[in-house]
Structure formats: structure tokens, C-alpha cells
Write a protein that binds this ligand. Structure first.
Ligand code: NAD
Length: 412
């Protein structure tokens, strides 16, 4: 199944429940604009490299469109289209005044030097600067991009349009970035895990937790949860799985990874296992925080976790979702679970527009409030209609976008 088909399948399950008319479904799944551009840049050896860049603007009925920039070899128009629509539903679930967009370049940035990434980013901006801006479409970091790429993006865009740091979020803190943006997605995942487990009557100390991925999202989620007394018994990254049935020393692993180029390679304070062992471990809570489609119909029946929080985008494919739902596994969907990042991006944009800085405490408080309100709404909707948390989250999101569309005059 192509990525956009998976997203639209979830959309249609919720639209069926809402009894949505065919014309409106078509309107809401069709992106407003899809742009493919040539990105031709100079390699360090003087050769010209040509790659494709994409920006898909899915929907702007609730506000300017918002979504990351991904540099990864798997990036193509269909993947970007799917991620752009997920952003529309994500911003609607947490009720921040944005629509959804996504962009990227189909290249592995690890094969480029820093200067090459900079030149490529600047050419990409040359090609798309007219369609992005603080009131239209605001990019942010995603896989393969970081605050430095955001700085180059902003600098290049401002050459055409003048000073306006609100054109992009995820900037360095000392250059109009927001305090707390880096930790935001993992912290949001942790906050929701605490709420969800309370609802499921599982005490933190009993909740054996395993996390796939120890990058930005996974490591901050691990930190938050171990501080909240959850035994984090396994984490994995590209170098393998690290396991301790009594609970890992997350603080030690964070400082090891930080000193070791954000990798756990060589860490000796835990039992080592192959990377793929993690997903099928006996645990109470599984948090996939690395890649999409890691749980599929081949391994879904072997998953032993009772609860899964989708920290990555699309880690469970729709066939696996059906298998796990039949096994009564509780799944907190990505559009809610990882919305902490876009929420603090929104706070960054607000601060940029007000020329004012919030304290880290204020960012954390507002993030906590936003995630808690969204969780409670989704939980109530799911309980009152006896539907999955995923369908409940999609229903809430779609009905908000539908309402905004109708208020804009689009109705039959
Ligand atoms: P990252 O690049 O910082 O970290 C990814 C981690 O996954 C690394 O530790 C890497 O070693 C690990 N990994 C990669 N392949 C693996 C494999 N096969 N098995 C085990 N581990 C593997 O990325 P990130 O920013 O933490 O993003 C992770 C996921 O969360 C992505 O799906 C991303 O789209 C999603 N997400 C991120 C944010 C954000 O703010 N960073 C926001 C929303 C969603």
C-alpha cells in the first residue's frame, strides 16, 4: 500500500463514521498544491548534482500550512503527500491554528558534506520561496534536517522577502528558536504515556517500557518516562537493542550517546540483542520512535506489548493495525502521539511574531496543557462511541477541518 493510501484509509474509516458526503471527502483528501522542483547544486568536487525537491500543501482551512522538510532517499511525491495530510489532521487534533504541509528532497544527506547540504538547501529555497511564508506555509525540521538547515533556509528566504524569522520553525535557540523545541516531541510522547497508563490503570512502576529509536524523539521520551518512574527496559538504535529487565540507566545512556555522535554503538551497560528483537519483546508499553511501517502483517501477531504509542509517523501499517486491534492492543495514534513537536513549533512562531521570548517553564506548561486537552477529548470520543483511539482522533480532526471549510463558504 502506498503511504497516501494508508493515510486515506484511516481518513475514510473516520469519514464513514461521520457520514461524510462524497464531495466533501474528495475535497478534504485532495491536496491544494503539489510542487516538484529541480534542485541542481554543486558538489565539493565541482560536479553538478541534480535531485528532486517536493512541497505538498494539503489544506489551509484552519490556518497557514505547517510541516517538516525531510532529506531522505525514500522521499518521493507520494510519501510527502501522505505526510502533508497527516499534518492537517495532527494540527487539528491538538487545535493549533494551522493547516498541513510537508516537503523534502530525495537524497541521503549523510552522503553529502555540510557545505553541500547548505548549497542544496539554498537552491531548494530559490525554487520554492514564493509559495512558503509566515502566513502561508511554514516549514520545520524532520528526518535528515536540523536547526542548522532551518537557519540556511531562513537566511536564503529572507534574501528575497526581508527579515521574518517566523517563516520557519525549529531554528537554533540563539537565532529566534524556541526554548524546549528540541525536547518537545519526546516530552509530548512521555506526557501522553503518563495520561494513557493512568486511564488504563497501570501504575508507572509496573509499566515495562521499550522504545525503538534513541534519536531526538526516542531519547527525550526515554528521559521523561524514566524520570516519571517508568522502567525503560529496552531501547534500540541503528546499532542494536540494549536491554535490562530491571530498567536501563537512561541518564548514563543519554550522556554516552551524546558523546558518541548520537549513537549507542559500544555502550556496555546493558545486555545486547539484535535490533529487530525489540519490537517483539514482552512489555507493557511499546514506543516505536524511529521509522514508518516497522509493524506490518508479518510481525503483528508476534507483538506482545499491550499498549503502543506511535511516536514515529506511521510505524504501524493498516493491515497490522487491524490485527493488533483484534488482539485488543491499545494504540495511541501518531497524529496525537507526536504532535508535541508541531505544538512547540507553533509556540516558536507565536513568539517570533510577537518579538517576545517565553521561558522554558512556560513552553512546558503550555505544551502540557495542549497535549492533555487533546488526549482527554480523544479519550472521551473513543469511550463514548466505543471506537479506537485512532478513529476517534481522526473523527475529531476531520470534523474541525470540515467546520472550517464550511465556515469559509464551501458547502452544498
Ligand atoms: P532521529 O533521526 O533523531 O532518530 C531516529 C533514531 O532511530 C536514531 O536513534 C536511529 O539510530 C534510530 N533508527 C533508525 N533506524 C532504526 C532501526 N531500523 N531500528 C532501530 N532504530 C533505528 O529522528 P527523530 O527526529 O527522533 O524522528 C523519529 C520519528 O519521529 C520519525 O518517524 C519522525 O518523522 C517522527 N517525528 C519526529 C518529530 C520531531 O520533532 N523530531 C516530530 C514528529 C514526528
Amino acid at each position: 500500500m502506498r503511504p497516501s493510501e494508508s493515510t486515506n484509509l484511516y481518513f475514510n474509516q473516520a469519514a464513514d463514521r461521520l457520514g461524510m458526503a462524497e464531495w466533501l471527502r474528495k475535497l478534504l483528501v485532495t491536496p491544494k498544491r503539489e510542487v516538484t522542483v529541480q534542485v541542481a547544486f554543486e558538489r565539493d568536487n565541482g560536479q553538478i548534482e541534480t535531485v528532486l525537491g517536493f512541497r505538498v500543501q494539503h489544506d489551509n482551512s484552519r490556518g497557514p500550512m505547517k510541516g517538516g522538510l525531510r532529506y531522505h532517499p525514500a522521499v518521493d511525491l507520494d510519501e510527502v503527500r501522505s505526510l502533508a495530510s497527516l499534518m492537517t489532521w495532527k494540527t487539528a487534533v491538538v487545535e493549533i491554528p494551522y493547516g498541513g504541509a510537508k516537503g523534502g528532497i530525495g537524497i541521503d544527506p549523510k552522503t553529502l558534506s555540510r557545505k553541500e547540504v547548505e548549497r542544496m538547501t539554498r537552491v531548494f529555497v530559490d525554487e520554492i520561496h514564493e509559495i512558503v511564508g509566515p502566513d502561508t506555509d511554514i516549514p520545520a525540521p524532520d528526518m535528515g534536517t536540523n536547526h542548522e538547515v532551518m537557519s540556511w533556509f531562513r537566511n536564503q528566504w529572507e534574501k528575497y522577502h526581508g527579515f521574518n524569522p517566523a517563516v520557519i520553525t525549529g531554528k537554533p535557540v540563539e537565532e529566534y528558536g524556541a526554548r524546549g523545541r528540541e525536547e518537545a516531541t519526546g516530552r509530548g510522547v512521555g506526557t501522553l504515556a503518563v495520561k494513557l497508563m493512568k486511564r488504563l490503570n497501570v501504575r508507572p512502576e509496573q509499566c515495562r517500557t521499550v522504545i525503538q529509536g534513541f534519536g531526538n524523539v526516542g531519547s527525550h521520551a526515554a528521559k521523561f518516562l524514566s524520570e516519571a518512574a517508568f522502567p525503560v527496559i529496552a531501547v534500540s538504535d541503528l546499532s542494536g537493542t540494549y536491554y535490562n529487565p530491571k530498567g536501563l540507566n537512561v541518564t548514563e545512556m543519554l550522556s554516552y550517546s551524546f558523546k558518541n555522535g548520537n549513537q549507542l554503538t559500544g555502550y556496555s551497560g546493558a545486555e545486547r540483542m539484535p535490533g529487530e528483537a525489540l519490537l517483539e519483546m514482552d512489555c507493557d508499553l511499546l514506543i516505536p520512535a524511529a521509522l514508518g511501517d516497522v509493524i506490518h502483517k508479518e510481525n503483528a501477531n508476534r507483538i506482545r506489548a499491550k499498549t503502543i504509542i506511535e511516536a514515529a509517523n506511521g510505524p504501524i501499517d493498516p493491515e497490522a493495525d487491524a490485527i493488533l486491534s483484534a488482539k485488543k492492543v491499545t494504540i495511541l495514534p501518531d497524529i496525537l502521539a507526536n504532535a508535541g513537536g508541531v505544538t512547540v513549533s507553533y509556540f516558536e512562531w507565536v513568539q517570533n511574531r510577537q518579538h517576545y521570548r517565553w521561558s522554558l517553564d512556560r513552553v512546558r506548561q503550555e505544551l502540557d496543557r495542549t497535549m492533555t486537552d487533546a488526549f482527554e477529548n480523544v479519550w472521551q470520543q473513543s469511550a463514548s462511541l466505543d471506537i479506537s483511539l485512532r478513529t476517534a482522533a481522526f473523527m475529531l480532526a476531520i470534523s474541525r477541518v470540515q467546520r472550517a471549510t464550511e465556515l469559509a463558504g464551501m458547502s452544498h
